[in-house]
Design a protein around this ligand. Structure first.
Ligand code: AGP
Length: 800
């Protein structure tokens, strides 16, 4: 949803066009979040030498439209010509309409009045805006928009006046925040505080990075004068210091701030992820200070000394390559992300699937990273990627997390402190985790089952799963009353697969909940529940609310997310990162398949104690290792899926039937088709067919039946027969070499043949051609693939 981008330069001469380009490029990197209007605020020359005034440019529509509008403004105002901005603060925003329709007035930035003393961009929702508005109006504020955000600049002005102007911008913003309820990431700039910038975060994501140029080389431009008047020295990029100086700042420094680190990647890899309650204040000389006021009330805050609230925030390195945010030769992000899956699946497993048994033969070699012989190279073990410190602080505040335990049939509780380093990382796992996850070799006599093909014989080491982010919690999870998976959309579908996997491999009771519905019902949660929150973005508001709720009830909260430093990865007690790289297309594709892999690994880890299930487990681990190759093979269906899309593109409706593991495939395929191709589509459990949906079947309605050779194969064959008896028009997704399906070819059915894998992983292989189908349907129908209408990538608001 809304995106924020800010750029501030201190003693680094920039023409206004370069500043605007930086803002627009940054906003364009956030386009994927979904938006319907955009705006920026920069300084305009105000006539007098050195004088500046805020210039706000807003537009409904795309950023490309905003660029055109800005070019017109620059052309109209001759004072911009030749002007070099040594020091300057620019802010920008993409808005996804919630309060008021998408139009220029409702777009951000918002100001407190025509002189723009305070200018604000905001991501999130100010839930008490309806209370603040009449109060501020009574005190002279004139509101022009329908937004909740507009109360913020007015509140700034009100409190500034109340304090007689004798307050720093940091202190003022902190007082403002203490009066706001809801979720926000805010950037505030002010004509009353030239060249200063404030960024505050509560509930919505905000990151910043900075880079310092060589002050000597920055020449006359290094004065960082508070008036911001150029001293005459633009600095060539060659003079940049490559080393990041997070926390330093000062003359020669540039700052970039954004809702997402992907937007900073082309500028710097060193970022600080702000935490809830954080306020970054960059003074007029480019010196950054981070304060946190979480423990303060508006009353105590008024008397607080800012110095006491200052906190240190560690910088992190963004590990991703710049290419990861580019389309890399593909026409669309969705297309690229579908085709990336052989790699992203391998990345999710890297260092986590340990295969060392002799009978095990590495597959092809195209996925060498997954196949290990006892040594682990885990990119996710880079400590800087994880938020151990954040979590440690949170769990410390709770005085240690109470783990549920089931001892002697009774539900008992054990106090278990949560060590920072071992939290929520695929990382930081040593022998301890291996010992937890690996079956106990000493206590593992060869049973009849072990003689099966592929099972290591005595003396050969067994494959195992290693998830550092869960290692300290395996015992606790195993003792819990039940596992509750909570998610939305595609992530929910991944949970449906996980339910069956957990039941199959760990014999655990599992419940799957849609986060919104879960909260609507205020469903019961117990202290001895384990709640698993699955979210690609890690920022989905419904999932986050459910997390807060479950945490308050005392459940163990596990996060499965693709976004390091996200709200969900920070707020959960432990978890697994997907390591699938930035997913930019609104339609989730590679994150879905990586979610299934991560959840399968979790199930295998939790089931590691069952000797009876060992053959099955080993088969699954071997299949995991083959998965990138299987995905590569299934991607060869691209041209066939294009052909099929040509046949189906004018369909009014498209039905997907699946059951067992592939009920989820049916739901997910239908979601893909409806969200990007804009065709009505339904995923139906084939077991329900006779209870209603069969009435829809005729010779016109295209139906895709997922009938791969898993435990449901025979039942699905019967479904096909029943559908054909009603003259249905079928597309059958089945396995290569499944002769039972060949008969249907002669009966007018189209067959999609995919490689066979174990039942638990078949949904990963099965969804890929259907992702391709929805992609091609979309392009053939001429719709926007990456930003489908009305949708946002991260749904950071709820209906509350
Ligand atoms: C998937 O294609 C969707 N765009 C959407 O359903 C998404 O999965 C859902 O909003 C949940 O997002 P999350 O995984 O980031 O929490």
């Amino acid at each position: 949803m809304c995106g924020i981008f800010g750029y501030a330069n201190y003693g680094v001469g920039q023409p206004i066009q370069a500043i605007l380009d930086t803002l627009f490029d940054g906003l364009q990197r956030l386009e994927y979040r979904g938006y319907d209007s955009a705006g920026v605020c920069v300084d305009a020359p105000a006539g007098e030498p050195g004088a500046r005034c805020p210039l706000v440019i807003k537009h409904q529509g795309k950023i490309s439209d905003l660029r055109v509008r800005a070019a017109e403004v620059l052309e109209e105002n001759t004072l911009f010509a030749g002007e070099l901005y040594s020091t300057h603060v620019g802010i920008g925003h993409t808005r996804w309409a919630t309060h008021g329709p998408p139009n220029a007035t409702n777009s951000h930035p918002h100001v407190n009045g025509p002189d723009g003393e305070f200018v604000v961009v905001h991501n999130g929702i100010i839930t008490n805006h309806a209370t603040l508005k009449p109060f501020l109006a009574k005190n002279g504020a004139v509101f022009v928009s329908d937004t909740d955000t507009e109360v913020v600049p007015h509140l700034c002005e009100y409190l500034w006046k109340k304090r007689g102007g004798k307050v720093s911008l940091g202190q003022l913003a902190m007082e403002v925040c203490s009066r706001l309820e809801g979720a926000y990431a805010l950037l505030i700039r002010s004509a009353r505080y030239p060249n200063e910038l404030v960024a505050c975060k509560q509930g919505s994501p905000l990151v910043y990075g900075l880079k310092r140029r060589d002050p000597a080389a920055a020449n006359g431009a290094t004065n960082g004068d508070a008036t911001g008047r150029d001293q005459g020295g633009a600095v060539s990029s060659a003079s940049r210091l490559s080393a990041s100086l997070l926390g330093a700042g000062g003359a020669g420094t540039e700052f970039w701030l954004a809702s997402d680190s992907a937007a900073l990647l082309t500028h710097t890899r060193d970022v600080v992820v702000l935490e809830d309650g954080d306020l970054l204040h960059v003074d007029a000389y480019g010196r950054p200070h981070v304060f946190n006021s979480l423990a303060m009330t508006s009353r105590t805050l008024a008397k607080a000394d800012m110095a006491d609230l200052e906190v240190k925030r560690e910088g992190r390195k963004i590990e991703a390559e710049v290419e990861s945010i580019m389309k890399g030769g593909y026409d669309h992000y969705m297309q690229k992300e579908i085709h990336e899956q052989p790699k992203t699946l391998a990345d999710t497993m890297r260092g986590r699937v340990v295969l060392d048994g002799k009978p095990f033969k590495p597959v092809k070699s195209s996925a060498p990273d997954v196949i290990f012989s006892g040594h682990f190279i885990d990119p996710c073990e880079s400590a800087s990627l994880f938020s151990g410190s954040n979590i440690a602080a949170a769990s410390g505040a709770e005085g240690g997390f109470e783990l549920p335990s089931r001892i002697g049939g009774k539900k008992a509780r054990a106090k278990e402190p949560t060590p920072a380093g071992a939290l929520f990382s695929g990382a930081l796992l040593g022998a301890a985790a291996a010992a937890t996850a690996a079956p106990d070799k000493a206590a593992a006599p060869a049973s009849a089952g072990f003689m099966e093909e592929g099972i290591p014989a005595a003396g050969e080491s067994e494959p195992f799963i290693k998830l550092g982010g869960l290692s300290d919690h395996v015992e606790g999870i195993l003792r819990c009353r039940r596992i509750v998976f909570i998610a939305c959309g595609t992530s929910y579908h991944a949970c449906l697969v996980a339910r069956k996997t957990l039941e199959e491999f760990a014999a655990m009771p599992v419940v799957v909940e849609l986060a919104g519905d879960f909260m609507d019902r205020e469903a019961p949660v117990f202290r001895d529940d384990t709640c698993v929150f699955v979210s690609q973005s890690g920022e989905t508001a419904d999932t986050l609310r459910a997390l807060e709720y479950a945490k308050a009830k005392g459940a163990l909260c596990v996060g499965i997310t693709n976004t390091v430093g996200s709200a969900i990865s920070n707020a959960t007690h432990c978890g697994v990162h997907l390591n699938a790289g930035f997913e930019i297309g609104v339609a989730s594709t590679k994150a879905y398949t990586s979610q299934i892999v991560a959840l399968t690994m979790m199930a295998l880890l939790l089931g590691a104690d069952s000797r009876a299930k060992m053959p099955k487990r080993i088969a699954a681990m071997r299949a995991l290792a083959r998965l990138p190759d299987d995905a590569r093979e299934v991607l060869e269906l691209d041209a066939s899926m294009h052909k099929l899309a040509e046949q189906l593109k004018d369909a009014q409706s498209l039905i997907f039937f699946g059951r067992g593991y592939n009920f989820s495939t049916a739901l997910e395929a239908a979601l893909k088709v409806k969200e990007v191709a804009l065709i009505h589509s339904e995923g139906i459990n084939a077991g329900e067919m006779k209870h209603g949906p069969l009435a829809l079947v005729d010779e016109n309605l295209p139906i895709v039946v997922i009938a791969t050779q898993d435990a449901m194969h025979r039942k699905m064959e019967s479904v096909i027969q029943q559908l054909l008896a009603r003259s249905a028009k079928l597309v059958i997704l089945c396995n290569t070499g499944d002769d039972a399906m060949t008969q249907f070819e002669g009966r007018g059915c189209t067959l999609i043949r995919v490689p066979r894998t174990v039942d638990a992983l078949q949904p990963i292989i099965n969804i890929i051609p259907l992702q391709l189908l929805s992609y091609h349907l979309t392009t053939l129908r001429g719709f926007n693939v990456d930003q489908p209408r009305n949708l946002a990538k991260s749904v950071t608001v709820t209906e509350d």
